[in-house]
Design a protein around this ligand. Structure first.
Ligand SMILES: Nc1nc2c(c(=O)[nH]1)N[C@@H](CN(C=O)c1ccc(C(=O)N[C@@H](CCC(=O)O)C(=O)O)cc1)CN2
Length: 292
């Protein structure tokens, strides 16, 4: 491609799209309040990781903005498994809590699988409980993992075709890559998915064939411009915290900035998938309150 043919990708604006989702939810929260129901979102946060603290604070700000009740359980970095189990049991029993999340990753020494399994599947706001993921595999209704749900919503909001499209997902993690593959191959989305990872042989050979690429490997810059078919839609899900030139922490994505010159659409970091993840968490909680 010559320099003249280069375009700048249309930005898939996660902030604007999340704001529209939140506007819709605000009305639904109001309708619930008229029936005497206040949806409640709980968070369990262990330790002092600055990123996790910022994400949890953002979730509680969102709740305040929409009229959702916030229930917050913060535990110290040296919390024991028994203390964490107790916080989870407490939220399972709390009728004011319609759904909650345990912020990941947990500090070393705590058992993530055990904690996720201890969450009442009916209160699984993250859609990461084995029962929720099993429902996704089987195509049953249930809470969907927030980031994959947000990605599909964002692509749809911009009219990016998914039916019959070839989507290459780079990253097989349980929060994003693996469930996204399941979501995109449901009959309603009907995409064809190739699930790659950092060990994939000839990764570029796969990505160059894709109509849509989702980069969720957690490796800054893993997707470069030469790996993208001109006009393809690219979704950056990487959130690696690095130290910026001014010594402050900044987030960097998996997509090299030069990709914007080749792709047709680009969901950037920040401002793409992150705000959608937050909005979908609120949607999962409001939907549970509505079902009740
Ligand atoms: N229990 C969970 N833990 C984690 C999840 C999750 O979905 N459930 N995902 C991530 C963290 N996360 C939500 O918890 C999250 C990450 C990033 C953002 C976000 O909005 N990012 C911004 C950039 C950061 C900023 O400017 O503040 C963006 O991309 O625009 C939201 C949520 C891991 N843990």
């Amino acid at each position: 491609m010559t320099a003249e043919q280069r375009t700048t990708a249309t930005v898939l604006d996660g902030r604007a799209t999340a704001a529209a989702v939140k506007d819709d939810l605000r009305g639904r929260v109001k309708a619930l309040a008229e029936r005497g129901i206040v949806p409640g979102l709980g968070t369990v946060l262990v330790g002092d990781d600055p990123g996790s603290h910022a994400y949890v604070a953002g979730k509680h700000r969102d709740c305040a903005e929409l009229g959702i009740a916030s229930i917050r359980r913060d535990l110290p970095v040296d919390a024991t498994q028994a203390q964490l189990d107790a916080a989870v049991a407490e939220l399972n029993a709390d009728p004011a809590c319609h759904g909650y999340i345990v912020q990941l990753p947990l500090p070393k020494g705590l058992d993530t699988q055990r904690v996720l399994e201890a969450i009442d599947p009916d209160k699984d706001a993250d859609g990461l409980h084995p029962v929720s993921l099993g429902r996704l595999v089987l195509g049953y209704d249930g809470p969907l993992p927030c980031t994959p749900r947000g990605i599909v919503h964002l692509l749809r909001a911009y009219g990016v075709p998914l039916v019959g499209a070839h989507v290459v997902v780079v990253g097989r993690g349980t929060t994003v890559g693996r469930p996204l593959g399941l979501l995109l191959t449901r009959r309603s989305e009907n995409a064809t998915v190739t699930l790659c990872h950092t060990g994939t042989r000839d990764l570029a050979g796969h990505t160059r064939l894709a109509d849509v690429i989702v980069a969720a490997a957690g490796v800054p810059g893993i997707l470069t411009a030469d790996m993208v078919k001109p006009g393809a839609a690219v979704v950056d899900v990487g959130i690696t915290r690095v130290v910026g030139p001014d010594g402050k922490g900044i987030y960097t994505g998996d997509v090299d900035p030069a990709v914007a010159g080749v792709a047709g659409y680009l969901a950037p970091v920040p401002g793409g998938v992150g705000p959608m993840t937050r909005a979908m968490l609120l949607a999962n909680v409001v939907e549970r309150a509505e079902r009740l």
